[in-house]
Design a protein around this ligand. Structure first.
Ligand code: PGA
Length: 255
């Protein structure tokens, strides 16, 4: 039984003032709701402290959107895993396609970040996903398998207990064009099979695979109702409390 994992990736939105307000709305909105999902919000770095203060002691936990692999040193502009842990973060998103597209992220750097995050006691949402050109060339499986095998190589069963995979087709991110439930299910089941080969059937059965890419209140029930879709990584719709809470409700309904 996998508890659905619903995470809001705020990207480059919401400074501390706006972030505090949004976190408060989410926190208050969850009070008195039936909740069968794990709920994470991932604000930008300067907003982490404000959000952590608001959600402390509630069902909402906080994640960061990236992490560097070194622990300390002359690395201007970087943030270490121990620092995120010390700040109160539980999760970190690693290998998002926007990092891959715009900031040179590769499977090898994903792997280093994942190792550092897990070693520091963080939990990881590791993103994989194909571009439109790759999908149209029928390369989806090959691409996501490569990202999984190279970005998440060498993890122990214990590591996997703190790691989720986010399948995010690049063509669906921020486009309003979500993968259909069948398309998502197909890739999720494929990834679970690859994971079983890399680890064990038990680990693959227990690992959450989230879908991300234009998840909204009105498509969440169908997507999250798929047997291998174990939650969502939500961008745009996580910036508005009502929309995000509706997706959390969809995860509860689907579970
Ligand atoms: P979106 O973003 O929901 O705005 O498509 C998802 C993501 O990038 O994680």
């Amino acid at each position: 039984m996998r508890t659905p994992l619903v995470a809001g990736n705020w990207k480059l939105h919401k400074g501390p003032t706006d972030g505090r307000r949004l976190a408060l709305e989410i926190r208050n909105g969850l009070l008195g709701r039936r909740l069968a999902a794990e709920v994470v919000v991932c604000p930008p770095f300067p907003t982490l402290a404000a959000v952590l203060e608001i959600v402390r002691g509630t069902a909402v936990v906080v994640g960061a959107q990236n992490v560097f692999w070194e622990k300390s040193g002359a690395w201007t502009g970087e943030v270490a895993a121990d620092m995120l842990r010390d700040a109160g973060c539980e999760w970190v998103i690693i290998g998002h396609s926007e990092r891959r597209q715009h900031f040179g992220e590769q499977d090898a750097t994903v792997a280093r970040r994942v190792r550092a995050a897990l070693d520091a006691g963080l939990k990881v949402m590791a993103c994989v996903g194909e571009t439109l050109a790759e999908r149209e060339a029928n390369r989806t499986r090959e691409v996501v398998e490569g990202q999984l095998r190279h970005g998440l190589a060498g993890l122990t069963a214990e590591d996997w207990a703190r790691t989720a995979i986010a399948y995010e087709p690049v063509w669906a991110i921020g486009t309003g064009r979500n993968a259909t439930p069948d398309q998502a299910q197909d890739v999720h089941a494929f990834l679970r099979g690859v994971l079983a080969g890399m680890t064990s059937v038990r680990v693959a059965d227990e690992t959450r695979i989230q879908y991300g890419g234009s998840v909204k209140a009105d498509n969440a029930v169908a997507l999250l109702g798929q047997p291998d879709v174990d939650g969502a990584l939500v961008g745009g719709a996580s910036l508005e409390a009502a929309a995000f809470l509706a997706i959390v409700d969809a995860a509860t309904t689907a579970s």
